[in-house]
Write a protein that binds this ligand. Sequence first.
Ligand code: GSH
Length: 209
Amino acid sequence: MYSLYYSPGAASLVVHWLLIELDVPHELRLVDTQAGQQKSAEYLALNPNGVVPTLVVDGQPLYEAAALVLHLADRHPQAQLAPTLDDPQRGAYLQWMLNVANTLQSPLRLWWYPQDIDGERADMVRDGARRRIEATWDRLDAHLAANGPYLLGERLSAADFYLTMLMRWTRSMPRPAHEWPHLAALAQRMKARPSFRTLYEREGLTEWA
Ligand SMILES: N[C@@H](CCC(=O)N[C@@H](CS)C(=O)NCC(=O)O)C(=O)O
């Protein structure tokens, strides 16, 4: 049994999306991040970083969205969202998961939370984050143009779900990810999945539908 501590649209989104896609029993625990519930003593006991998501797996609280995605995809191999250890595509899969989590998610967090570095110079922090994000979109779009439509070519993997969540976070940026044509095509494919509709309904999301 899984329990997901989440906030609509946050880094928990990809974990929630996978739980739906994998069709595994789970319950949702809403964390009101506006009210600061992620910093409450009760929540910090589950996740000392004070952020969402946390996924409780058979009683064990785990955090870091990328780790949760890797773990879920491995635990439910029937969905074939993670190449297995002996699969030649395993290395590329891990590469993309870590690449988007490090190279995109970190500066995206700074775009949304410039105060992590310096709230008084938020514009400067955002400009730096934006440059790094856009350079990464250039690279990823070129990769998809040459090797798409998914990160692993013809094969859908959990990394595409992760990338789609990160693309969504750029929707209010000066150059959202969907301005890059091959990223836009990937987003369209991912949004067409029935699990995406269910996710949006459950989280009450409307933007970037
Ligand atoms: N590296 C963490 C980052 C999670 C994260 O930044 N979550 C944000 C929402 S997207 C959050 O909880 N923000 C509230 C806060 O920082 O107080 C992960 O991937 O799980």
